[in-house]
Ligand binder design. Sequence first.
Ligand code: ATP
Length: 349
Amino acid sequence: MATITLRGVTKRWGQFIGVKSLDLEIADREFLVLLGPSGCGKTTTMRMVAGLETASEGDILIGGKRVNDLEPKDRDVAMVFQSYGLYPNLTVWENIRFPLKVRKVDPSTHTERVQRAVDMVELNDFVHRKPAELSGGQRQRVALARAIVREPTVFLMDEPLSNLDAKLRVSTRAQIKNLQHRLATTTIYVTHDQIEAMTLADRVVVMNAGAVQQVGTPIEIYDRPANTFVAGFIGSPAMNLLSGEISEGVFTGDKVRIEGLATNHKGPVTLGFRAEDSGISTAAGEISAQVYSLELLGDCTIVTMHAGGALLSVKAPKEFRAVIGDPVHATVSAAICHLFDATTGERIE
Ligand code: ATP
């Protein structure tokens, strides 16, 4: 059982707190993604699990056993980094075999284990090449195979796709998901890319400034963001957020009036809605605006519009035609709106 538990895990450097009292339970075989902007503490969290960084406070347990005082090599975790960390003078085969040699694994098992890892990442045609003779995607697969060959209890992956071009990133992402499913190995995966997080994760941990903002399945985080930070970070485009006042179920803001909100809340609030939940009209709607830009995505057009002081994105049919500056209306029904406290940014039920 490779569960991972973090209890009150904190990392300090002098006065600076990189990770604040983190509590997390990661289930056996779970694919957990740490998501957040640069500097939020994702990598530090993962390095503490790996043992490459010591926790200033708190307990880290792997498989129920406290590992704070164990060396990285004794934690049975395998890491995959964005820089592949391959040995340039070794062939693909020898690179993949390397962890077995270092760990003094019975040499009679090497060929079978390396071959199994090579098969998994489909590198059979490249085993005699050196890393310099491979594409970025192939190098990343060698790095994955080198983690797989150890058959660790935990995989730790730190932005493993960030050096790949957009197309390769999508195909390698699918490959990682498929591999993790087949290997059924507990995985912590770090990324700042919300699409990667949403597509790969069983659960996502959204972090900001060293603290957890929300933990949930991708759909929970998308459907019920816990605060304006998560709302603005998840989704493409990000959720629209508007300042205004609410009274008797009516939200009013600059050039905005939305009726029928199912809440007794009164006073200043931040209202959120997603581009894909709203609509567009040239005649009338809850929000009056001017077209700022149009982006044809193929199946739809994202219209960005100026409404009062805010820029909002709304999904329109792909046939939608307008010129920048044209008057336009966003249609937003009460049912698709999210409400957040104007001061704290926390979700209002
Ligand atoms: P990125 O996506 O840019 O890699 P991250 O979320 O992984 O960011 P971390 O690398 O975990 O962020 O860093 C968290 C914070 O801790 C950052 O503000 C960083 O500057 C700080 N930090 C990291 N290592 C050290 C260190 N050795 N000494 C002092 N501060 C550090």
